[in-house]
Design a protein around this ligand. Structure first.
Ligand SMILES: Nc1ncnc2c1ncn2[C@@H]1O[C@H](COP(=O)(O)OP(=O)(O)OP(=O)(O)O)[C@@H](O)[C@H]1O
Ligand SMILES: [Mg+2]
Length: 406
């Protein structure tokens, strides 16, 4: 029999140690992922069965309940235990209805948690001996690339729209461009269009919507290129991260490539998007404030458990004569710059025309830089596809199964 697998879910990373201490095991014997969305990814990957997910007190309740719903459908032999560090306000009935096996109050000491985990392991083992569960695997699993900058106006939307356009053109495969900048999204403006749907229409697609249904909420933006975005509505309730994760996974089942304009803050939306992204472009202009912002953003994102190899640094307007160059940036940020996109008046001109510069001026330096970046992304995705064909699963950096994020 294999060792029981117990995964701590949610920040801070020290929750893993807390859990391991209460179970009286070494922390390496407990897995850890930073969010509900990452836990769902682990279950979708389905490399090894997971006995118990133990949810950190910091995991928000909507995310916990959404994860429980997902587990009930995709991995019903996995138990969920919720840890709280305060008394719950009516949470218990909702948790039980969602299929959460236990809610443990940490303030009562660690014994209660250990007992709950032991009971859950036993329950999972019994269930597994009765049935072999296999989750439905989608036939297509596209790659998700997101574009982020913690400072406004750095060129996030410009890069998202042109990168998506280039990826669709070069690969000849269906590509989605998604506006997650729900307050001030302007992805569609770069194509001379306006979004027609409400945020709720997109979110309601949820998990596993049929391809036809997905396409009903898409706006055709060009050859092989489809846009997903909502009319800005300040009154709309911002969806939970876990819900956005389900939406993005649905898009990934319908499109070979999904390129996302993530919001400029560390919203739950943006974090769920990073969890699912195969690569995250961090964009900055060449000014000291912008570079410092980016350096801080990278530090923050690494501190919540995102792996460093996910990030690509893109310098926008990189030829500006402003006294900073890429070596200064590499020195401050201590990481390599992956792409440099020159400044060009063609960018605002194309925005005013409502046509991506990549299509309008394909021979320009700006388009050439974007083409290089797009080819690298497509190349990396194709290498992964080849590995899937060969091994049957996406490769992980560390071959340690469940503990890949450790
Ligand atoms: N390489 C470039 N050369 C010239 N102008 C550029 C370049 N990149 C972006 N711009 C211009 O800078 C402005 C801001 O770009 P963009 O809309 O992409 O920023 P953003 O990061 O999405 O901003 P926000 O935070 O408001 O969403 C736009 O007017 C765009 O035309
Ligand atoms: Mg923008």
């Amino acid at each position: 029999m294999t060792e029981p697998s117990v995964i701590a879910v949610g920040t801070p990373q020290s929750f893993r140690q807390t859990l391991a201490r209460s179970l009286e095991v070494e922390s390496e014997e407990v897995g850890w992922v930073q969010s509900a969305t990452s836990a769902e990814e682990l279950l979708v990957a389905g490399r090894e069965p997971i006995d118990v997910l133990v949810l950190s007190p910091e995991l928000k309740e909507p995310d916990a309940l959404g994860l429980a719903e997902f587990v009930g459908r995709v991995a019903p032999a996995t138990a969920i235990i919720m840890v709280r560090d305060h008394t719950w306000n009516g949470l218990l009935p909702a948790a039980m209805r969602a299929g959460i096996r236990d809610v443990v109050d940490m303030t009562q000491g660690s014994e209660e948690l250990r007992d709950a985990v032991e009971r859950a392991i036993q329950w999972a083992a019994n269930l597994r001996s009765l049935q072999v569960q296999t989750a439905d695997r989608p036939t297509l699993r596209g790659s998700i690339f997101s574009v982020f900058s913690s400072k406004g106006g750095a060129g996030k939307t410009f890069l998202t729209t042109n990168l998506a356009t280039a990826i669709a053109e070069i690969s000849g495969r269906d590509t989605a461009v998604v506006d997650l900048d729900v307050d001030m999204g302007d992805v569609f403006t770069y194509f001379g269009l306006e979004p027609a749907h409400q945020l709720q229409d997109l979110i309601e697609l949820g998990e596993g919507a049929e391809h036809d249904r997905v396409m009903q909420t898409a706006v055709r933006l060009g050859e092989h290129l489809y846009g997903f975005g909502a009319v800005p509505d300040p009154a709309a309730q911002v969806p939970a991260g876990e819900v956005v994760g389900k939406f993005l996974r649905t898009l990934r089942n319908s499109f070979s490539y999904v390129v996302v304009d993530a919001s400029a803050d560390y919203t739950d939306l943006a974090l769920a998007c990073f969890d699912l992204s195969d690569a995250v472009c961090l964009v900055t202009g060449l000014d000291v404030v912008g570079v410092k912002h980016l350096s801080k953003a990278l530090e923050t994102l690494l501190s919540i458990g995102l792996p460093r190899e996910k990030f690509r640094v893109v310098l926008n307007r990189a030829d500006s004569k402003v006294g900073l160059d890429s070596t200064d940036v590499e020195r401050v940020m201590k990481i390599q710059v992956d792409a440099m996109i020159p400044s060009s008046r063609l960018v605002p001109m194309s925005l005013n025309k409502g046509r991506p510069v990549y299509l309008d001026e394909p021979q320009s330096d700006v388009s050439t830089a974007i083409r290089h970046l797009a080819k690298r992304f497509i190349g990396a995705a194709e290498a992964e596809d080849a590995a899937v064909a060969f091994n049957g699963s996406k490769p992980t950096k560390k071959k340690r199964g469940l503990f890949a994020r450790s």
